[in-house]
Ligand binder design. Sequence first.
Ligand SMILES: C=CC1=C(C)c2cc3[nH]c(cc4nc(cc5[nH]c(cc1n2)c(C)c5CCC(=O)O)C(CCC(=O)O)=C4C)c(C)c3C=C
Ligand SMILES: [Fe+2]
Ligand SMILES: [Fe+2]
Length: 339
Amino acid sequence: MKLAVVLFNLGGPDSPDAVEPFLANLFSDPAVLTMPGFVRKPLARFIARKRAPIAREIYAKIGGRSPIVEETLLQAEALEKAIPEHQTRAFIAMRCWKPFTHEAAAAVAAFQPDHIVLLPLYPQFSTTTTGSSLKEWKRVAALAGITAPTTTICCYPDLGGFIAALAANIEDSAAEPRADVSYRLLLSAHGLPKRVIARGDPYQAQVEQTAAALKARLSWDDVSICYQSKVGPLEWIGPATDAEIRRAGAEGKGVVIAPIAFVSEHSETLVELDIEYAKLARESGVPDYRRVPTVGVRAEFIAGLAQLVRQSIDSVKNGKGAGKTCPLTAARCPRTGTA
Ligand SMILES: C=CC1=C(C)c2cc3[nH]c(cc4nc(cc5[nH]c(cc1n2)c(C)c5CCC(=O)O)C(CCC(=O)O)=C4C)c(C)c3C=C
Ligand SMILES: [Fe+2]
Ligand SMILES: [Fe+2]
């Protein structure tokens, strides 16, 4: 059968000129700024204009643009190869920059698939990311006249292949430790405003599920979860990654830091973790700082995603639907048994 897998992510600016409109798209999303459109849209433009010079400086450190599309294209290609039993095509739908979700919908409509699987490249569900992308898909798929049977994967915080890929990357990064250093493993996830969690967003609980699955797999006693990438004046969930790096420095600990909510490289790994936090670690007295790569196209991760896609297709046949704790109550959940 002709299978379309739609991969969702945020996207990133493809040039310095794209930074401000990208940010305006991000902040005009009602899932990110929850207020009526007539206030949200001008406010989004204002925040974008204010943030743009800082963001342009961030992107200037990696050539003025985000590599997220190239990284996602590699994942799409790998996933197509991992599902050879169907005529599989993976499409990329970014929420805030090109290729936009409506462009993905047009391409999917032209492909005329027999089945569509919606697959967010966010392992943990948040209303601000997956929720927003799926809502946008629903809107643009209707406009594109898409009627093919569609199943949705909400999240996969403890998917075997994801955890195996992360654990292998952590073990690679921690190899050949310095004999005079005792190391702490920091599991760093993207943060969220506290009030988003208070509204019932399952993201933090799912980040904790990822961390628990990793801890169970690794033999590592000193492990902490922390949250990075705070923007704006609101109070965010913590502890903050920078505070955890300072604490490690004060305790003379080495740091192995693994991004656990991103599955590809972009500004928040290549700049925040590799440049800004590496500098902070040096200044804080951390004797050795090692950043674990994102799972990218690591074989275990791609195999895990392929398994999720197969389960999602099968859920139509065997009638297994959404569980009680699934954030997608209206959609079928592939995590039967656990979600
Ligand atoms: C209120 C603001 C933001 C929330 C909430 C938020 C949640 C969130 N974001 C990601 C993943 C990514 N974020 C990226 C960039 C980015 N995010 C925000 C703001 C919020 N994110 C900003 C302002 C930016 C732009 C960069 C900057 O100005 O610092 C990206 C893309 C990065 C890139 O391509 O270079 C990703 C991916 C998650 C997982 C998440 C909540 C769970
Ligand atoms: Fe973000
Ligand atoms: Fe679910």
